[in-house]
Design a binder for this molecule. Structure first.
Ligand code: BGC
Length: 754
């Protein structure tokens, strides 16, 4: 509280103009400050997977060279680690670099849900699953903020495409918004308390994020208890006065158009409550006081951070396929490395997260001096006419080798902030080369460099596929360590890889029409859709192989029956039964069998990563509160937990469940019941509050369906009960069971029970 109190006192001494000035940036990368209180302008920089500090005078993002910094793997890769400790270490390395460069706020992490693999910015985002995205983000934030450097959790909210990103309205129903698009933000805010949140460019159900009171004030502050400052994405403010009213404290960048004068005029003309401006100015001063406390530089060792970048990628790359255990490669054999990415890897995406790297290492550089290695480019990134010559040379090289390793991937221009991808295909020259090489060399490995899924029409012809994602500046070293088994792959897919783009649940509604995109697939995003539909995918959510084998045993819960105020502990033993040390990601999913709502087949509610030596056994433990079982019931409105049976599933992926058990939940939550003439008997019988009274009233009739009925009759008692379940109360009159007056009496009697 100390910053907040001091800030309030300072605000009391400011003029109206000064307060308004504080609510917009001084320039692209600084906040404004008021000199007479000795506060220095705060420096902010992108983020999220490296420091992109630009020169003081630099303008619009992307055009200027930023300082040299270590380029860590992008979020698409680090999310595949499924490792909160790794994220904390990454955050800590970034925090340290920020301190060394006197950057007070790092503009990240970016945690929007991957609704559709075409989103041009998916490489910067974590996952299609909010439990994974939220928990990883919380650890990242803690890592950065332990250095007393702030973060900016972005882009709040429902910013899931780049097409028309500054005007499009993401039209999302409330349940979907809560369960899918807000949960990750909620988890990160509640667990890690980011210093700032950045609102997104788009509109949500018609209202700009920057002036969305429901999101910025009611939910973020009111429900989740966020106490930091809300800043706009760069240029996201549509109406400055409305934005401030809604809870947006800081407009970035500055000084652009004179929105401060608009604020001053609005207060003078009583269109804006002066108290609101005071509150926003106080939040910015509190932030500046906090930043002033953390000034003073640190030094970091570039080489150590580069080594961390290599390690993070080694723990994040996903071994998608490894038929006949082709990998790891055996040193000393003839190995043909093919593809320009072996020489110059693609390791980051385009836009505001683009880092000026310290030292990019290629696979060729990393493998230097190893016997038996040869190289051919095989294809060009521009698809030039020389491709047939290149491909011929590569095929000949592959023929003579024991193994061919093709370094394939998406060219830079395919994935960037600012626009979406057109399709999920690799360039056709790469697909053709992969097929041609497979036809002459059965021992072929494909190594992929991409920020988001690609279709793999050749997947059945290639024994081994290693997904590197966009692996940061150390990706070449990491690739070689993984290929030769000096590192054991332990990454898992944070998103489903569909067979075809058309299979994606949002395919028919992406990127929308004109300035509207309707999220018609609702809560059925990613594996929530594929698994519920039992639809085939290329690789499922959570999938990833290892060079060793793990066995799961002894799944146990600390009680079979819980109430909604309890915490359930789930434990499972995992043993490394292979010959190499390795890490296993244990995934916990919940399946709702209560029938209280239409829900996905299963939902991830916990994950942990265990390091196991050969023969070693460790226990994975999970603690599940009510929220892990709940869905968002708009009738309450709120999180609702149905009573009944839930299945706890422990798996290696959403499609590979190893062990499961059931528990019973006795919840005190009740579905709101509206009782009138059209309320059905089934709804009244399903509610413990009304069931006894209804049974008493209709007892004799109900009983007649069940007692001594003729089992050969065309309508069995069971059929009859199923039929009357959906009958409204008024039918009792239609069929002469009750008179109208009696029905009115029954309705008021039942209402009293609620
Ligand atoms: C991006 C943000 C970024 C900001 C500053 C915007 O275009 O959407 O993610 O932090 O620019 O570079």
């Amino acid at each position: 509280m100390k910053y907040e109190e001091k800030a309030r006192k300072i605000v009391e001494q400011l003029t109206l103009e000064e307060k308004a000035l504080l609510c917009a940036g001084r320039d692209f990368w600084h906040l404004r400050s008021i000199d007479r209180f000795g506060l220095k302008p705060v420096t902010v920089s992108d983020g999220p997977h490296g420091l992109r500090k630009q020169n003081e005078s630099d303008g619009i993002s992307g055009n200027n060279e930023s300082i040299q910094a270590v380029c860590f793997p992008a979020a698409c890769a680090t999310a595949s680690s499924f490792d909160c400790e790794l994220m904390r270490e990454l955050g800590s390395a970034l925090g340290e670099e920020c301190r060394a460069e006197s950057v007070s706020i790092l503009l990240g992490p970016a945690i929007n849900i991957k609704r559709n693999p075409l989103c041009g910015r998916n490489f910067e985002y974590f996952s299609e699953d909010p439990c994974l995205a939220g928990n990883l983000a919380a650890s990242y934030i803690e890592g950065v903020q332990n250095w007393n450097v702030g973060t900016s959790l972005k882009h709040f909210a429902a910013n899931n495409q780049e097409t028309r990103r500054m005007t499009v309205s993401s039209n999302v129903d409330e349940r979907t918004l809560r369960e899918i698009y807000l949960t990750a933000f909620e988890t990160a805010v509640k667990k890690a308390d980011p210093w700032t949140v950045m609102c997104s460019y788009n509109r949500i159900n018609g209202v700009y994020a920057s002036q969305n009171k429901r999101l910025l004030s009611d939910i973020l502050r009111g429900e989740w208890g966020f106490s930091g400052a809300v800043m706009s994405d760069w240029g996201a403010v549509n109406d400055r006065v409305e934005a401030l009213k809604a809870g947006l404290d800081l407009e970035m960048p500055g000084p652009g158009k004179d929105t401060c004068a608009e604020l001053v005029a609005a207060v003078r003309e009583s269109r804006l409550d002066a108290g609101k401006l005071d509150r926003s100015a106080a939040r910015i001063i509190a932030l500046e006081l906090r930043c002033a406390d953390s000034s003073g530089s640190a030094h970091f060792d570039y080489e150590r951070h580069h080594a961390l970048a290599v390690k993070f990628e080694e723990e994040s790359a996903v071994l998608l396929q490894n038929r006949g255990n082709l990998l790891p490669l055996t040193p000393g054999k003839r190995i043909a490395l093919i593809g320009p990415f072996a020489k110059a890897p693609r390791y980051q995406g385009g836009g505001s997260s683009h880092i000026n790297p310290y030292h990019v290492t290629s696979a060729l550089e990393a493998v230097k001096g190893t016997e038996g290695i040869s190289y051919a480019p095989g294809f060009s990134l521009s698809g030039s006419t020389k491709d047939s010559v290149l491909s011929h040379e590569a095929i000949e090289l592959a023929k003579e080798a024991d193994t061919a390793v093709i370094f394939a991937g998406l060219p830079d221009s395919y994935e960037s902030e600012g626009y979406d991808r057109k399709d999920l295909r690799l360039p056709e020259n790469q697909n053709a080369l992969i097929r041609a090489i497979c036809s002459v060399q059965p021992h072929t490995v494909v190594v992929l460099h991409n920020g988001s899924p690609v279709e793999m029409p050749w997947a059945n012809e290639v024994p081994s596929i290693l997904e590197l994602y966009l692996g940061g500046e150390g990706v070449g070293e990491a690739a070689i360590d993984l290929l030769f088994g000096r590192a054991n792959p332990s990454g898992r897919l944070p998103e489903s890889f569909p067979l075809r783009l058309e299979d994606n649940p949002s395919y028919l509604n992406f990127p929308g029409e004109n300035s509207d995109v309707d999220y018609r697939e609702g809560i059925f995003v990613g594996y929530r859709y594929y698994d519920t539909k039992k639809a085939a995918v290329r690789f499922p959510f959570g999938h990833g192989l290892s060079y060793t084998t793990f066995r799961y045993s002894n799944l146990r819960v600390d009680r079979q029956e819980i109430s909604d105020s309890d915490t359930l502990t789930v434990q499972v033993d995992v043993t490394n039964i292979g010959k190499r040390a390795g890490k296993e990601v244990v995934q916990l999913y919940i399946r709702d069998k209560t029938g209280s709502a239409f829900r996905p087949d299963k939902e991830l509610k916990g994950f942990c990563k265990l390091m196991l030596k050969p023969g070693e056994t460790k226990t994975a433990s999970f603690h599940l509160g009510k929220r892990a079982f709940a869905w968002y019931n708009t009738k309450l409105p709120g999180w609702f937990c149905g009573s009944g049976i839930y299945e706890i599933l422990i798996g290696r992926s959403s499609r590979s469940i190893e062990l499961s058990c059931e528990i019973r939940m006795n919840s005190s939550d009740r579905v709101p019941l509206r009782i009138d003439r059209n309320t059905t008997l089934g709804d009244l019988l399903a509610d413990p509050r009304t069931k006894p009274a209804l049974e008493k009233k209709l007892g004799p009739i109900m009983a007649s369906f069940g007692n001594g009925a003729d089992t050969d009759a065309a309508v069995s008692p069971e059929m009859m009960i199923r039929m009357i379940k959906d009958t409204p109360l008024r039918s009792a009159c239609s069929f002469g069971v009750l008179r109208e007056k009696e029905l009115d009496g029954l309705i008021s009697e039942l209402r009293k029970l609620l």
